[in-house]
Design a protein around this ligand. Structure first.
Ligand code: COA
Length: 337
């Protein structure tokens, strides 16, 4: 799917992020499994990640991120009429974490639900909310991307456990005077599903004592195949959205790729020809936070002053599905219509 703003000026008017307090370093992981700080840093760029506490569920991470996004947009929960939570680790299968969050925020007029597109979830959710605003169905949307992958990781599998962390980010989308989203490109290749998946717990393989004993309720991944896929789509998706919007890579001021692995990001940056100082990287501090990754990186870029009004920001995510998605936005720093 690909398309441009088509005359609509819809932008991010509020931004918030939250990560759990607990830091887990590579050295700590090395005491739990056969790995080392050196291996993890060299192969992934990750130094540490945040891990949710035993009682912390997704909505506990989303709530502070959402509150900050609402506050920076200067709106109340009751003014939100759409909530989309992108995640693969909802509080439970149902009710949706979106509905839980709507209640906690007092968003009683909002349609609220979850969206599952792996680590691309945030890009899908933003594009969907954008479409609802552009179509006139919604006036003010809250999009949250977050995951608590630590709860579904196999802590005996060094091939996956070292890569991920927990976190959430949120944005408010509204109509603005000018600027905002210029276009999106989203895609999915379901044939790649088995490369990164959670085998049991759904209707295909419901939970049984056997499925638990077989560790079927944990993330399984073919790292090398996912690496190849990720490096390919980060480039093709970015190129596609830029071409569709009539923009060039040289015009991009801030590049916000999904934070999975610094080697993947550097490969894409190199292929695309984006200078190093335009790339936002925080995977060293958070690991791969799945749907939380892009909004967390946006919050980082905002905090370090890179997200100024008028800047052209390119975001690209990729993940389970296999899915990918890019969005191009002319940053507006509020400025609602
Ligand atoms: N610590 C130490 N050694 C490890 C290890 C770890 N955590 N994980 C794997 N190894 C070992 C392997 O067993 C292998 O050993 P061998 O040569 O004796 O067989 C060796 O390191 C190299 O493994 P390989 O899988 O080739 O490493 P890699 O350079 O491909 O890096 C990943 C592995 C997982 C970091 C990399 O493939 C990757 O990042 N893939 C994409 C994952 C991803 O981003 N997923 C989410 C997408 S949203």
């Amino acid at each position: 799917m690909i398309g441009t703003a088509n005359g609509n000026a819809i932008s991010i008017t509020g931004l918030g992020a939250y990560v759990p307090e607990r830091v887990m370093t590579n050295d700590e992981l090395s005491t739990m499994m056969d790995t080392s700080d050196e291996w993890i840093r060299e192969r992934t760029g990750i130094r540490e990640r945040r891990i949710a506490g035993p009682g912390q569920a997704l909505s506990d991470l989303c709530l502070p991120a959402a509150r900050e996004a609402l506050e920076t947009a200067g709106v109340e929960g009751s003014q939100i009429d759409l909530i989309v939570v992108a995640t693969v680790t909802p509080d439970m299968a149902f009710p949706s974490t979106g509905a839980i969050l709507a209640d906690l925020l007092g968003a009683h007029e909002a349609a609220a639900y979850d969206l599952s597109a792996g680590c691309t979830g945030f890009m899908y959710a933003v594009a969907q909310a954008y479409g609802m605003l552009a179509g006139g169905l919604a006036q003010r949307a809250l999009v949250v991307g977050g995951d608590v992958l630590s709860k579904i990781l196999d802590w005996t599998d060094r091939g996956t456990a070292v890569l991920f962390g927990d976190g959430a980010g949120a944005v408010v989308l509204e109509r603005v005077g000018e600027g905002g989203f210029l276009g999106f490109e989203l895609g999915a290749d379901g044939s790649g599903g088995p490369q990164l998946y959670l085998p049991a717990g759904g209707s295909r393989t419901p939970a049984t004592a056997e499925s638990v004993a077989d560790r079927q309720h944990f993330v399984q991944m073919n790292g090398r195949e996912v690496f190849k896929f990720a490096t390919r789509v980060l480039v093709t998706s970015a190129e596609a959205v830029l071409a569709e919007c009539g923009r060039t890579i040289d015009e991009v001021d801030v590049y916000v790729p999904h934070q999975a692995n610094v080697r993947i990001i550097e490969y894409a940056r190199d292929k695309l020809g984006i200078p190093e100082d335009k790339v936002v990287i925080d995977v060293d501090r958070y690991g791969n936070t799945s749907s939380g990754s892009i909004p967390l990186a946006l919050a980082d870029a905002k905090a370090d002053g890179r997200l100024q009004a008028g800047k052209l920001v390119l975001m690209t995510g990729m993940g389970a599905g296999l899915t990918w998605g890019s969005g191009l936005i002319e940053w507006t720093d509020g400025g609602r219509a």
